[in-house]
Design a protein around this ligand. Structure first.
Ligand SMILES: NC(=O)c1ccc[n+]([C@@H]2O[C@H](COP(=O)([O-])OP(=O)(O)OC[C@H]3O[C@@H](n4cnc5c(N)ncnc54)[C@H](O)[C@@H]3O)[C@@H](O)[C@H]2O)c1
Ligand SMILES: O=P(O)(O)OC[C@@H](O)CO
Ligand SMILES: [Zn+2]
Length: 341
C-alpha cells in the first residue's frame, strides 16, 4: 500500500518535502509523457531542481516491454534511486514496472483521473497477444493535485469514471468464474470494488462538471479501486470481460478510445450478456459524459462485434461472460442494444 497519499489543491508543492523525508542519496528520474512533460512535468522539474535535487528526465511512449527496457537503461545509466511518474496511466504503469524490475521506489503523480492504476500494484503491458496484467511496484506515495487534474479535458475524468463503473461487471465475472470454475475470490476485494462503483454512480450528477469537487470524488474512487486490486493481488476485482473487450478493441482500433471509454462500453455489453440492468449502466455513463455506443467513439458496429467475439483471445485464463461461446447473433444483438438507451 502507498505510504503517503496527498490529494488536494496545489498538492504538487508537497513533492519536494515528501522526497526530502526519504533521505535519498542519488539522482531522481522524472518520467512523463510528451504532452504532460511540457506542462505538469516541467512544473515538477522546476520544484525539484529549485530544491537542489539531481534529476534525469524520460518520456514514455506506448507501454511495451521494449519501452520498459529502454527506460530501465536510462534509469540504470543515471544510477537513479527514485522515479517520479507524472502523467496518465501509461506513464504511471511504466514507472511501476521499471521500479519493480530495478527494485527502486516510485511516486505516482497522476495528471488526469482517467484510470484506476494510480494506486494499484498492477500494470498493464501491451504485447503482440494483447494487454497482459503484470505484478508491479505499488507507489511509495501518491500526489494527486486536484487543481491540475481539474484542468485536464473532461473526457479524461469521464474515462476514469467509466473505468470504475467497469467494476460492476468485473465482479459479476469473478463471481461467475468462482461458481463455475472454482476460481478463488476475495470478499474484501469484491466489497471494496463494488462500493467504489456504487459511490461513484451515486455522485454521477456532481461529476458531470469538471471541477475539483468532481475530481476529489473520482480520485478517491480510483484510489480505492486500486487498493481492491492490491488486496486481491490481481486486477480481477476491477477487470473482467469488459476489460478483455476493451483490450481487444484497442488492438482492432488502436488509439481510438481511451482505456476507460472502451471499458465503459464493455461494461454495458457485459451487463447485457449477464442479463443485468445494462440500461442503468448506460444512463450513468451518459450522465458522466462517457461514450456508450461505437458511433460515440467513431468506430463501426462491426469492429465492436468483433471485439465482443474476440475478447476471449485476451487473457484466456481469465474466465468471463465473454468466454462462454457467444454467437455472432448474440454479439450483434448486444451491440444493437447499445443504441436503445
Ligand atoms: N495498472 C492499472 O491498474 C491500470 C488501471 C487502469 C488503466 N491502466 C492503464 O493505463 C493506461 C490508460 O491510462 P490513460 O487513459 O490515462 O491513458 P494515457 O496514459 O495514454 O493518457 C491519455 C492521454 O491523456 C493525456 N493527459 C494526461 N494528463 C493530462 C492533462 N493533465 N492534460 C491534458 N492531457 C493529459 C495524455 O497525454 C494522453 O494523451 C492504459 O495503458 C491502461 O492499461 C492501468
Ligand atoms: O489488468 P487490466 O485488465 O489491465 O486491468 C487493470 C485496470 O485496467 C483495471 O481498471
Ligand atoms: Zn481499467
Amino acid at each position: 500500500m502507498p505510504r503517503n497519499v496527498i490529494v488536494g489543491h496545489d498538492a504538487l508543492l508537497q513533492i519536494p518535502g515528501i522526497i526530502a523525508d526519504l533521505n535519498i542519496n542519488g539522482p531522481i528520474m522524472l518520467l512523463s509523457g510528451d504532452t504532460t512533460m511540457k506542462t505538469v512535468g516541467a512544473k515538477v522539474q522546476d520544484l525539484l531542481q529549485e530544491q537542489g535535487f539531481d534529476l534525469v528526465t524520460g518520456i514514455v511512449g506506448r507501454i511495451t516491454y521494449d519501452e520498459i527496457k529502454r527506460i530501465e537503461t536510462v534509469v540504470q545509466k543515471a544510477h537513479a534511486v527514485l522515479i517520479v511518474a507524472v502523467g496518465g496511466g501509461r506513464v504511471i504503469d511504466t514507472a511501476k514496472v521499471v521500479s519493480y524490475n530495478l527494485d527502486i521506489q516510485f511516486i505516482s503523480v497522476p495528471t488526469a483521473a482517467s484510470h484506476d492504476g494510480i494506486a494499484s500494484s498492477r500494470a498493464s503491458v501491451v504485447t503482440e497477444a494483447g494487454n497482459v496484467s503484470v505484478a508491479a511496484q505499488p507507489p511509495l506515495a501518491i500526489v494527486a493535485d486536484t487543481g491540475v487534474i481539474a484542468t485536464a479535458p473532461h473526457r479524461l475524468l469521464a474515462a476514469g469514471c467509466a473505468d470504475i463503473i467497469a467494476n460492476y461487471t468485473a465482479i459479476l465475472d469473478w463471481e461467475l468464474s468462482h461458481r463455475l470454475t472454482g476460481e478463488s475470490i476475495s470478499e474484501y476485494a469484491v466489497t471494496l470494488s463494488k462500493i467504489t462503483a456504487e459511490i461513484l454512480v451515486k455522485n454521477a450528477n456532481l461529476i458531470a462538471h469538471n471541477d475539483e469537487t468532481a475530481v476529489w470524488i473520482v480520485v478517491k474512487a480510483l484510489f480505492s479501486s486500486g487498493i481492491a486490486m492490491s488486496i486481491a493481488g490481481s486486477s480481477r476485482p476491477a477487470s473482467g470481460g469488459e476489460h478483455k473487450f476493451a483490450h481487444m478493441l484497442e488492438r482492432l482500433a488502436p488509439g481510438v478510445a481511451l482505456h476507460g471509454e472502451a471499458c465503459g462500453i464493455g461494461t454495458i455489453l457485459g451487463m447485457y450478456l449477464h442479463g443485468g440492468d445494462w440500461k442503468s449502466i448506460s444512463q450513468s455513463l451518459k450522465q458522466i459524459g462517457a461514450p456508450t455506443t461505437p458511433s460515440d467513439l467513431g468506430i463501426s458496429d462491426e469492429v465492436c462485434v468483433q471485439a465482443v467475439l474476440r475478447a476471449r483471445e485476451i487473457r484466456p485464463e481469465r474466465f468471463t461472460i465473454f468466454d462462454t461461446g457467444i454467437t455472432r447473433e448474440a454479439a450483434l444483438a448486444a451491440v444493437k442494444a447499445l443504441y436503445e438507451v
